[in-house]
Design a protein around this ligand. Structure first.
Ligand code: 13P
Ligand code: SF4
Length: 319
């Protein structure tokens, strides 16, 4: 604890010296989230992180999350210096959707509107007509369905199939998944619901269909936190990365929060509800990057200009 407080004190000084602001995701370590709040930065879902970074006057953004979040910040604010605690923090959705293959896939379906999740590289976004985050994915799909547009949806197959079922949109899906949410199990969740029959079930839409079907609320990290505060239930079963419990418990202090099961008995899980890339965002790395630099995000200017269009569409949607 003392060591953590000392890190935080030193980082606060460095942030001021560099005119830098810390933008963190809810899946980061709780000390990183607390530091972002204490220093006038933000802790948010991926859409809010993008908005905050773009609108904040600081010269430098330090994005604690995964690489697509840093790239999105740089695309939206090319004049700012964007650092991350480590550029090694990637995402299985991003890794599972390489630009070349994706572009070829799009070429095979030239009549379709290309919608990509924010969890993709800048190069993949540059190929897209729309970028969405989980908080607006369904609204955008409904909008496109109402216009009669046929859609390519990438890369998350679980988010895609949820959105397809709910919106009725004509969609073909890329075969990608989040290694964290893919681990939640419908059967084990149904069993847990029997133990806590009065609990509300809050599910991130990157989870498999069997899990989503048991949900009372499906939404982005911010939407799930809001639901925990607003629902009358005293208990909530939560199917998303366990990093969310820090803010969710703060927002709903009187609620009992229960982690959804990640694997059946005897099975192993790859991530156990804790994203290995989000976990790389340590106080130690934050201090190091503020002191020594490195780990800076650069996006090729031509790619940036192309990726800006679908990202701007995302920001303007619902705005
Ligand atoms: P949201 O915070 O937008 O719900 O996204 C979750 C996510 O996949 C971040 O890795
Ligand atoms: Fe990617 Fe899943 Fe980790 Fe989010 S939690 S960064 S979607 S692997």
């Amino acid at each position: 604890e003392e060591e953590i407080a000392a890190y935080k004190d030193r980082i606060k000084v460095l942030l001021k010296e560099r005119n830098a602001v810390l933008v963190a995701h809810y899946y980061c370590d709780e000390h990183v989230q607390a530091l972002a709040e204490e220093t006038g930065g933000c802790v948010a879902d991926s859409l809010e992180m993008a908005r905050f970074g773009k609108n904040h006057p600081a010269d430098t953004l330090l994005v604690a999350g995964v690489k697509f979040m840093g790239e999105t910040a740089k695309i939206l604010s090319p004049e700012k210096t964007v650092y991350m605690p480590t550029l090694d923090a990637t995402c299985s959705l991003d890794l599972g959707c390489p630009e070349k293959e994706f572009s070829e896939f799009c070429d095979q379906h030239p009549d379709r509107t290309v919608v990509v999740y924010a969890n993709t590289s800048a190069a993949v976004k540059a190929r897209a007509d729309w970028v969405v985050t989980s908080s607006i994915a369904l609204d955008v799909a409904e909008h496109l369905a109402a216009n009669g547009e046929k859609v390519i949806w990438a890369p998350d197959k679980h988010l895609g199939s949820y959105v397809q079922r709910m919106s009725g949109a004509d969609m073909i899906l890329w075969d990608g998944e989040c290694i964290v949410h893919d681990e939640f199990k419908g059967k084990a969740l149904a069993d847990l619901k029997k133990v806590y029959p009065d609990a509300a079930v809050l599910v991130h839409p990157e989870s498999p269909q069997a899990v989503v079907e048991l949900a009372d609320v499906v939404g982005s990290t911010s939407q799930l936190i809001k639901a925990a505060t607003e629902l009358p239930n005293k208990q909530c079963i939560v199917a998303t990365d366990r990093g969310i419990f820090y803010k969710m418990q703060q927002a709903a202090p009187d609620k009992e929060l229960i982690a959804a099961p990640t694997a059946g008995e005897g099975a192993t899980c790859r991530s156990c509800a804790n994203c290995p890339w989000m976990a790389m965002n340590s106080l130690e790395r934050i201090e190091k990057v503020l002191k020594e630099g490195g780990e800076e995000i650069f996006v090729d200017e031509e790619v940036r200009q192309k990726a800006m269009k679908p990202l701007q569409r995302m920001l303007d949607f619902n705005a």
